[in-house]
Design a protein around this ligand. Structure first.
Ligand SMILES: O=C[C@H](O)COP(=O)(O)O
Ligand SMILES: CC(=O)C(=O)O
Length: 221
């Protein structure tokens, strides 16, 4: 095996620890890589250790590269739909890959590279596909629209070892419903990194919302 494999295998544990520590995964859509550094600083100041930067914009790869330089932040790539994007994410220093749905091609490729991958699985069939691929942590997207915390609770009954990262429509009002479920590994969302906040460079507000969300995960609010 190439030595790069050893590096990634080590990082599976580190990755899960970093995401699981906060149980919170901000989903970032950055229009400009120039915002990557202040955003990383704002998130870590709010107490977060992990972030997903989506390939929904052309700035993604460069933003990941810049944010990955922050030693306090574990940076992953989101909205990864192709193996070409996996390559771009890895080259930029992404430590994990997230997809909205289940693509055997993307999953297989990530596994070949040894980079942790969290594909979307929102039905029993998709969860079984993930299990067949040897995965037990999946994205659950779009969470609120497909049944929310109740749906996860129902799916967790037969799939006892599966853990979910619900994303889509989560906010401070429904966050506690998700966090109350042991099957929820972490909760994803944009509310602390809303596009209008990023566009306006409101980094203090990003930190405030992040800190409030982190406090919620700790049951402090
Ligand atoms: O994966 C990202 C989703 O689009 C989440 O967005 P949202 O938290 O604004 O619903
Ligand atoms: C929705 C999601 O998880 C993603 O875009 O990666």
């Amino acid at each position: 095996m190439p030595s790069i494999m050893v590096m990634y295998v080590t990082s599976v544990h580190d990755t899960e620890q970093a995401i699981g520590q906060n149980r919170l995964l901000p989903v970032v859509v950055l229009q400009s890589a120039a915002d990557a550094e202040p955003l990383a600083a704002a998130l870590t100041a709010g107490g977060l250790r992990s972030v997903e930067v989506t390939f929904r914009t052309d700035a993604a790869a460069e933003a990941i590269r810049i944010m990955a330089e922050n030693p306090d932040l574990l940076v992953g790539a989101g909205t990864v739909l192709t193996t070409t994007q996996v390559d771009a994410a890895v080259a930029s220093g992404a430590k994990f890959v997230v997809s909205p749905g289940f693509s055997p091609r993307v999953v297989n490729y990530c596994q070949e590279l040894g980079i942790p991958v969290y594909p979307g699985a929102a039905t029993a069939t998709e969860i079984q596909m993930a299990l067949d691929a040897g995965l037990e942590i999946v994205k659950f997207f779009p969470a609120e629209q497909v049944g929310g915390a109740k749906m996860i609770k129902a799916l967790a009954a037969p799939f006892k070892n599966v853990r979910f990262i619900p994303t889509g429509g989560v906010n401070t009002a429904n966050l506690p419903d998700y966090l109350a479920l042991p099957a929820v590994f972490a909760v994803g969302g944009t509310w602390m990194v809303a596009p209008d906040l990023l566009a306006a460079g409101k980094w203090d507000e990003v930190t405030r919302l992040t800190a409030a969300a982190v406090a919620l995960t700790k049951g402090e609010l």
